[in-house]
Design a protein around this ligand. Structure first.
Ligand SMILES: [Fe+2]
Length: 297
């Protein structure tokens, strides 16, 4: 159910780069320069990924740097107040700048030294099973293109701001890296659609859209919230958002809609709690623990 037929799997049969199309409603539609740039980055990242190379070093344009400088400081001001310590400590240690777009190759090298994770160049969204097979191998797929400059606060697809300012920092944390790779191994191992769905929901309500308790306060944990100027205050303060304690049995039965602002979130008691819950769930699915997890790393 979750695996496309082989001839439909774009990652086994990548489309010609000239056929890359922006989705309807994308702010970059009709901007020939933006589309040409996307094609060039698509080709460079896909070639590096398929050859097993690290992220290519990108010479970012003035316009791309401008978009970064417009969004990154505003996100950082929100991170200082509202992000979890797991995220914030790692972001500072990685020295991610608000002034310049970081090179993913350098971030990848730093991650490898500290937590044994690395970054995989991704031309765009990657098929579920392919994505998790990289994660199972301690790689995290990341894009290197940036949203369109006409709407710097909005992107209809995961771009470098989402990946780099949402997903990358916590990969530096060994416990986070351990639970993530365990989800990855489980996702490519479990045999049934129900188990795959449970893992997708667990991941959505934690890695992507989780909140976390920290010294009596609720902080932002998930990358989807951390990379959005609108979602950070919405997730914590909106009356339209219901915040429930993270109970795994309930989380894996709860549907989500990725196409709109989230109105139901779960609050994780701690990173240690989440790691324990992931280990218990995948153990129930019959997936052996990572060697580093089994040793208590
Ligand atoms: Fe994401």
């Amino acid at each position: 159910m979750d695996q496309p037929p082989l001839d439909m799997d774009v990652y086994r049969n990548p489309p010609d780069v000239d056929h890359l199309e922006l989705e309807p409603g994308h702010p970059g539609l009709g901007d020939g320069g933006y589309i040409r740039r996307r094609h060039a980055l698509f080709a460079a990242c896909r070639a590096a990924r398929l050859l097993g190379q690290p992220p290519p070093v990108i010479d970012y344009t003035d316009e791309e740097e401008r978009i970064w400088r417009q969004v990154a400081p505003r996100l950082d001001a929100l991170h200082v107040r509202h992000a979890s310590r797991v995220y914030l400590d790692a972001k500072r240690e990685l020295k991610i700048s608000e002034d310049r777009i970081p090179q993913l190759r350098a971030l990848s090298e730093r991650l490898r030294q500290v937590s044994g994770m690395h970054l995989v160049p991704a031309e765009g969204p990657i098929a579920y099973r392919t994505f998790y097979s990289y994660i199972a191998d301690r790689g995290f797929p990341v894009t290197q293109f940036i949203r369109h400059g006409s709407k710097p606060e909005f992107t209809p697809e995961p771009d470098m701001i989402h990946d780099c300012l949402g997903h990358v920092p916590p990969l530096l944390n060994p416990d986070y890296a351990s639970l993530l790779t365990l989800i990855g191994r489980a996702a490519v191992t479990v045999p049934t659609g129900d188990q795959v769905l449970a893992l997708k929901r667990l991941s959505w309500f934690s890695i992507e859209f989780g909140l976390i308790e920290q010294e009596g306060e609720t902080k932002v944990f998930g990358a989807g919230i951390l990379s959005s100027i609108g979602e950070i205050p919405n997730s914590l303060f909106s009356k339209d958002v219901e915040r429930r304690p993270f109970r795994t049995a309930e989380v894996i039965e709860t549907d989500y809609d990725s196409s709109r602002m989230q109105d139901l979130l779960f609050v994780i008691p701690s990173l240690g709690f989440l790691k324990h819950e992931v280990e218990t769930l995948v153990g129930r699915f019959g997936v052996p623990l990572n060697r580093d997890t089994a040793m208590g790393g």
